[in-house]
Design a protein around this ligand. Structure first.
Ligand SMILES: [Zn+2]
Ligand SMILES: [Zn+2]
Length: 331
């Protein structure tokens, strides 16, 4: 197999040949068809998350099962499945027992604590593979399904945390996650305001095309107060700005795993029972729910593909905001 490996923190990935990995009990091996690049991959590579040893990043994997370890009933060889960030959970800690496996005390994370999908092959725990919409049920191919596995899932979890009564929704940072959640929200009759980097006309045009009623810079005020705001950009300054844009009782949901420091702000911005919450990881239930939503609507996925060997370039483009939609690596 070939893999792009993070050998030392804050260094470019290096391409390595390795022996094909063998799935252990309860695991499957996938031949990777596509793996999207998530901002969390940047946080792993850039050292924003503590270095946990050499690893193959990538946790938005679509692949075909090509080897199965002992004791695996599903998925079967030849099946197309997804692998997402939650690579494993212990099943017995208080969080797992309370159906909050996203907060597991002993979690495994794909592309961080176990090797991920910036490779030709990946081994995953079978029980944590994600069932994808059947090939005949979706027009999306592997490249366009891959961004659903984190951008889509985290976007979905963040949208649910906005509350069922949210009718006016702000999306801060219009990248891979927001471009998917905007469509799901618009489909549900939610009015979407999209906030991009000031002057990012391409992202604003994409937001309007995907159902946002208003799109502007993150330094602008929305035309109406919002019921909730989802922040996908890793920029702490956006928290007080989003608080200023939500009505009394509104929620600000932070969707990223890492954010620059949140500046001090007057208590008046929080007063009025406004709430700030974070979204941490995801559950297998999120995956089941979101894949059903994705299969039931015409979801447009904007993706830019890169050959696997150009993973560093894909990450640079994401880091610099040169991308519209999602970056996807293809072996
Ligand atoms: Zn647990
Ligand atoms: Zn991710």
């Amino acid at each position: 197999m070939r893999a792009m490996v993070l050998e030392h923190p804050r260094t470019p990935l290096v391409e390595r040949e390795r022996p094909d990995p063998l799935p252990a009990a309860g695991e499957v091996r996938l031949r990777v068809l596509a793996c999207a690049v998530c901002r969390t991959d940047l946080h792993v590579v850039d050292g924003d998350l503590p270095f946990r040893g050499p690893v193959v990043p990538g946790h938005e994997v679509v692949g075909v099962v090509d080897a199965v370890g002992p004791g695996v009933d599903w998925p079967a060889p030849g099946q197309r499945v997804g692998v997402a960030w939650l690579g494993g959970a212990c099943g017995h800690c208080p969080f797992c027992r309370a159906a909050r496996e996203n907060l597991c005390d002993e979690p495994e994370f794909t592309g961080y604590t176990r090797d991920g999908g910036f490779a030709t092959h990946v081994v995953a725990r079978a029980a944590f593979c994600v069932a994808l919409p059947a090939q005949e049920a979706t027009p999306l191919d592997a490249v366009h399904l891959a961004p659903l596995l984190c951008a889509g899932l985290i976007g979905w979890r963040a949208l649910r945390m906005a509350g069922d009564d949210a009718r006016d929704l702000g999306l801060y940072g219009f990248g891979a996650a927001a471009h998917l959640v905007a469509q799901v929200a618009a489909r549900r009759g939610i009015r979407v305001c999209a906030f991009t980097r000031p002057g990012d006309a391409a992202a604003q045009a994409l937001a309007r095309a995907l159902g946002a009623g208003w799109a502007g810079g993150s330094d602008e005020a929305p035309p109406t107060l919002l019921d909730a705001a989802l922040i996908f950009a890793p920029v702490g300054d956006l928290v007080p700005r989003a608080l200023a844009a939500v009505r009394k009782g509104g929620r600000v949901v932070c969707g990223g795993i890492h954010m620059s420091e949140i500046p001090a702000f007057p208590y008046a911005l929080l007063w009025g029972e406004r709430a700030i919450v974070s979204v941490a990881n995801l559950t297998r239930r999120d995956a089941r729910e979101f894949m059903a939503v994705a299969a039931a609507m015409p979801l447009e996925v904007t993706a830019t593909t890169y050959p696997l060997a150009r993973a560093n370039e894909a990450m640079d483009d994401l880091r610099a905001g040169r991308l519209t939609g999602a970056a996807v690596l293809v072996p």
